[in-house]
Ligand binder design. Structure first.
Ligand code: NAP
Length: 250
């Protein structure tokens, strides 16, 4: 039963919607107690909590801006106070503010870097002491395949996601002696609010370029994250798993 997460405590940033929601539900189904962090979608976050509880699990939602270090420390302190430990951290919260460099404002650069990359520093640093004391932990960072391939019109987003991959490798090396595995998951195109802004024709054109000829459902990312959160992944650290229907093979 390598996917059994009973007695494990998980913290998922951006757990109110999309991929983070699917991750929270999947970890809970495997037996973990789950704390989610959301920014503004209070009713969606509450729906995730109630859905986990309705299935016999335990969950709690916290409002915070993941870009702020002091709020990350507060959340981790609250999770440990409520559940007694922290076994799994999923750094998932993220945003896009796309535009070609010539038109990209400094504000759009800063907010994407702070939300997508600094947040990973914030929550990882805030969680590390607890995990080091436990001599065990799993940290999973959600990056993107564009952090590997690059993408015109997304320099801020791509820089943040490439940064997450470098951060993952470095912290994996730093924490390996304490039995803490740190990995990244790089989704391709997933059907969420983030990608919902594209027209149906644009989505069809993207699907055509994917070897598996379709986009992903959030559950298909969540299952890989759940594996990386489980003991089945104990010998994997510092890696980036592309979950992209083969898109990066091209
Ligand atoms: P989404 O549907 O837009 O959901 C984003 C989540 O992040 C929401 O829960 C949101 O909270 C939270 N969030 C955003 N900014 C935050 C902040 N400052 N503080 C706290 N929470 C914040 O996005 P998604 O598509 O599920 O994406 C999830 C992750 O996967 C992101 O890191 C994204 O870059 C990555 N990814 C997505 C795709 C894709 O195709 N969708 C592909 C590759 C990588 P609220 O609900 O409160 O706003």
């Amino acid at each position: 039963m390598t996917m059994n997460l009973e007695n494990k405590i998980a913290l998922v940033t951006g757990g109110s919607r999309g991929i983070g929601r699917a991750i929270a539900l999947s970890l809970a189904t495997a037996g973990a107690k789950v704390a989610i962090v959301y920014r503004s979608a209070a009713s969606e976050a509450e729906e995730v909590v109630q859905s986990i509880k309705a299935n016999g699990g335990d969950a709690v939602a916290f409002q915070a801006d993941v870009a702020l270090f002091n709020q990350a420390v507060e959340i981790v302190t609250k999770v440990v106070a409520q559940f007694g430990r922290l076994d799994i951290l999923v750094n998932n919260a993220g945003i896009t503010k796309d535009g070609l460099l010539l038109r990209m404002s400094e504000v759009d650069w800063d907010v994407v870097i702070n939300t997508n990359l600094k947040s990973v520093f914030n929550f990882t640093k805030a969680s590390t002491k607890q995990m080091m004391g436990q001599r065990a932990g799993k940290i999973i960072n959600i990056t993107s395949i564009v952090g590997i391939t690059g993408n015109a019109g997304q320099a801020n987003y791509v820089a943040s996601k490439a940064g997450v991959i470098g951060f993952t490798k470095s912290i994996a090396k730093e924490l390996s002696s304490r039995n803490i595995q740190v990995n990244a998951v790089a989704p391709g195109f997933v059907e969420t609010d983030m990608t919902g802004k594209l027209t149906e024709d644009q989505q069809k054109a993207i699907a055509e370029k994917i070897p598996l000829k379709r986009t992903a459902k959030p559950d298909e990312i969540a299952s890989v994250v759940t594996f990386l959160a489980s003991s089945g992944s104990d010998y994997i650290t510092g890696q980036t798993s592309c979950v992209d229907g083969g898109l990066t093979l091209l």
